[in-house]
Design a binder for this molecule. Structure first.
Ligand SMILES: C[S@@+](CC[C@H](N)C(=O)[O-])C[C@H]1O[C@@H](n2cnc3c(N)ncnc32)[C@H](O)[C@@H]1O
Ligand code: SF4
Length: 556
C-alpha cells in the first residue's frame, strides 16, 4: 500500500529530550483547510493511506473530522503519536470507529522514571493505558522506541513488557543526531553500542516471544548482522510521499540524511544499504562498519525454463520461455540489465566469454514483439575498442596500467616504449611470463599492495579491471596520489549482462567469481568523485551497443 506521511504542525504535549523536531516546536500548526488540501494532493499523487504526524496530531480538535474527510475520499488513515490521549476510552473508540488503520506509538522505557526523563513528563501510565485501549479496539499498533543513553540498558525488559501486550510490531530505532538530540552528547550512544544493545534485545525477544514481530531503523546490515530483514524505515514501510508542515510539496522519502564511509565502497551491500544517520561518522567513536567484501558474477544465463520452475524472470526468445540462472541476480537486477539492452547469445555455445567481441552476439528486442529478440550481426563492442586503441596510441610519459593481465595493447605500448615516448608499468596479480623491452615493467601485485612514489605517473589505466578491484577504499586514494597534478585516469568497464543459452551446460556450476561489482558509469563516477577525482568525460552504456562504459578523470 502506498502511504503518505503528512506532518500537521509541531505542537506537542511531550517534550522528548531527543526530538528531532524540537527547533520547530513553536511554528504555527497547519489549518484544517490546509490539511484537507494536502490530503487531497496526497491522494492525487497516488497515496492509498495518509498518516498524520507532528508534533502530536492527537492534540488537534479537528482530528476526527480530518480522519473522516480522508476516509470519505477513499484513503485509509494512520497516526504517529505519543499515544497519551488514547488512554481516554471515548477518544480511542471514536477514532477507531472512523476506521483508524494504523498507529505508530512512541515508547521510551519500562521504567517510569526513565520514561519521564525521556518524554519530560510523567507519562508512562498514560502511554501504557493508551496501548491497552488501542489493542482492545483491534487497531494495529507499531510501538517505536528510540534507543538513547537513558534507555539503552532497558531494552530486554522493554521487549518483555511490550510483547506481553501483543502489539502488531515492536520497533527499536537508532537515534538520529538532529534537533534536540544534539543538545546533550550523553543522549547519543555510540552507534556500535546501540546496535549491540538492539541485537541483544532482538535475540532475547525472538527467544522469549516467538510470535512477536520486530522492526528496526537507522542501523545498516553490517551493524545488525542476522537482522537486516527487520529494517523498517519509511521507504521499507511503503511510504512514497513525505511532507514537513513547512514544505511546499510532497517529496519521496530518501536517504539524504544518511552517510556512508569510504570503506563502504568495498562492500557488496553498498547499493542496498542506506548507510548511517549523518553525524555518526564524525563522532570521536565512529561506528565499526564492516564492509562485506565478496566477489560476485558479472553475468547470468537465460536457460530454457522447465515446467517445474516457471518464474517472474522468464523471457521468451522466439516463443521459447527462458529463465535467469544463477539466483545471485535479483529479479530487479535482471530487469535493469534487460532495460540496458544487455542480452547476448553465445557464439558456439560457450558460456564463459573471454573476449566479448569474439564470443558474444548481441540480441535486440523485436519491435512490438513482447520479449522477443533477434541477433545483431554487428560487433557492438568494436566502437569502444577502437576508441581505446586511439587513446593508447596517444599515450606518453609515465603510464601505470592496473590489472594489465596479458597487456591487451602490448604491441602498441612496446613500440612506444622502444621509441622512448613512454615508460610503462603494468600491475597484475596474475602476470604472463613475458620479456618486455626497456621502458616497460610488469609487477606481480594487486593494486592494494603495489607501492610507488607519489606523483610518479601521468596516466593511469584501468581497462576492464575496475570491477576486479577488491578494496576501492585502498586503491583509489592511492591512484590519486600516484598521479601527477593534471594527470589522467581512464577507466573502462562493463555492466552485468545476460547470456541466452539453448540449454544449461552440463558442467555449469557456481563459478569462481573475480568481479566485486558490476557498476555502470554513474555508479563508478560516484565512487571516483568520493575519492577526490573530477570526471572530465563519461561515455555511458548505450542500450543499442555493448555493455561497456568509459570514464576519464583527473585528481581534483
Ligand atoms: C517527532 S515524533 C512526532 C509524533 C509524536 N509526537 C510521537 O512522539 O510519536 C515522530 C517519531 O520520530 C521519533 N523521533 C524523534 N526524534 C528522533 C530522533 N532524534 N531520532 C530518531 N527518532 C526520533 C519519535 O520517537 C517518533 O517515533
Ligand atoms: S555499505 Fe557500509 S554501512 Fe552498509 S553494510 Fe556495507 S559497510 Fe555497512
Amino acid at each position: 500500500m502506498k502511504k503518505a506521511l503528512l506532518k500537521v504542525g509541531y505542537t506537542c504535549n511531550n517534550n522528548c529530550v531527543f526530538c528531532h523536531s524540537r527547533p520547530l516546536r513553536r511554528a504555527p500548526d497547519l489549518t484544517t483547510r490546509e490539511i484537507r488540501r494536502r490530503i487531497l494532493q496526497a491522494r492525487a499523487l497516488g497515496a492509498e493511506m495518509v498518516v498524520l504526524s507532528g508534533g502530536e496530531p492527537t492534540l488537534r480538535q479537528d482530528l476526527p473530522a480530518l480522519l473522516r474527510f480522508a476516509r470519505e475520499h477513499g484513503l485509509q488513515t494512520g497516526l504517529i503519536t505519543n499515544g497519551r490521549r488514547f488512554v481516554y476510552p471515548g477518544f480511542a473508540a471514536g477514532l477507531a470507529s472512523l476506521g483508524l488503520g494504523f498507529v505508530y506509538l512512541s515508547f521510551h522505557s519500562p521504567s517510569r522514571r526513565t520514561h519521564a526523563l525521556s518524554a519530560r513528563t510523567d507519562s508512562l501510565p498514560e502511554t501504557l493505558g493508551a496501548l491497552a485501549q488501542l489493542i482492545r479496539l483491534g487497531v494495529p499498533v507499531t510501538v517505536n522506541t528510540v534507543v538513547t543513553g537513558h534507555n539503552i540498558g532497558d531494552l530486554p525488559a522493554l521487549v518483555d513488557l511490550l510483547a506481553a501486550r501483543r502489539p502488531d510490531k515492536i520497533k527499536l530505532s537508532a537515534l538520529e543526531p538532529k534537533g534536540a538530540a544534539l543538545d546533550d552528547p550523553a543522549l547519543c550512544p555510540p552507534l556500535g553500542a546501540a546496535a549491540r544493545a538492539i541485537a541483544a534485545a532482538l535475540r532475547h525477544g525472538r527467544a522469549r516471544h516467538p510470535a512477536q514481530r520486530f522492526g528496526c531503523e537507522g542501523l545498516p546490515p553490517c551493524l545488525l548482522p542476522g537482522f537486516a530483514e527487520l529494517n523498517d524505515d519509511l521507504i521499507a514501510d511503503g511510504f512514497t510521499l513525505f511532507r514537513e508542515a513547512f514544505e511546499r510539496r510532497f517529496f519521496p522519502p530518501d536517504y539524504r540524511n544518511r552517510a556512508k564511509a569510504a570503506a563502504c565502497f568495498d562492500c557488496a551491500l553498498y547499493d542496498a544499504c542506506p548507510g548511517v544517520f549523518k553525524g555518526y561518522l564524525d563522532l570521536p567513536d565512529p561506528p565499526p562498519l564492516k564492509p562485506e567484501v565478496r566477489p560476485r558474477s558479472n553475468s547470468f544465463v537465460f536457460a530454457p525454463a522447465d515446467a517445474d520452475r516457471p518464474g517472474p524472470d522468464s523471457i521468451w526468445l522466439a516463443s521459447r520461455p527462458y529463465q535467469a540462472e544463477p539466483a545471485d541476480f535479483s529479479p530487479a537486477e535482471v530487469a535493469a540489465t534487460l532495460r540496458r539492452g544487455q542480452l547476448y547469445a553465445a557464439r558456439g555455445g560457450r558460456h564463459m566469454s573471454l573476449d566479448h567481441g569474439r564470443d558474444l552476439i548481441k540480441l535486440r528486442p523485436v519491435a512490438g514483439g513482447g520479449r522477443r529478440y533477434r541477433p545483431c550481426r554487428r560487433n557492438v563492442f568494436a566502437p569502444l575498442e577502437r576508441r581505446l586503441e586511439r587513446l593508447v596510441r596517444a599515450l606518453q610519459g609515465d603510464v601505470l596500467e592496473v590489472g594489465c593481465g596479458a597487456v591487451r595493447f602490448y604491441a602498441l605500448l612496446a613500440a612506444a616504449s622502444r621509441a622512448g615516448r613512454l615508460r610503462y608499468v603494468g600491475v597484475d596479480p596474475e602476470l604472463p611470463r613475458k620479456r618486455v623491452p626497456a621502458g616497460m615493467r610488469l609487477v606481480r601485485s594487486d593494486i592494494e599492495s603495489f607501492a610507488a612514489a607519489d606523483a610518479s605517473f601521468d596516466h593511469v589505466l584501468l581497462l576492464r579491471s575496475y570491477d576486479h578491484i577488491r578494496l576501492p577504499s585502498v586503491a583509489f586514494p592511492k591512484l590519486r596520489r600516484l598521479l601527477r597534478p593534471g594527470g589522467r585516469l581512464t577507466v573502462v568497464d562493463g555492466t552485468a549482462f545476460g547470456l541466452v543459452l539453448p540449454r544449461l551446460p552440463a558442467d555449469a556450476k557456481a563459478g569462481e567469481f573475480q568481479h566485486y561489482r558490476n557498476h555502470d558509469s554513474r555508479q563508478a563516477r560516484t565512487l571516483l568523485e568520493a575519492f577526490g577525482f573530477k570526471v572530465l568525460r563519461e561515455i555511458p552504456v548505450d542500450p543499442a551497443g555493448g555493455n561497456e562504459w568509459l570514464l576519464e578523470a583527473e585528481p581534483r
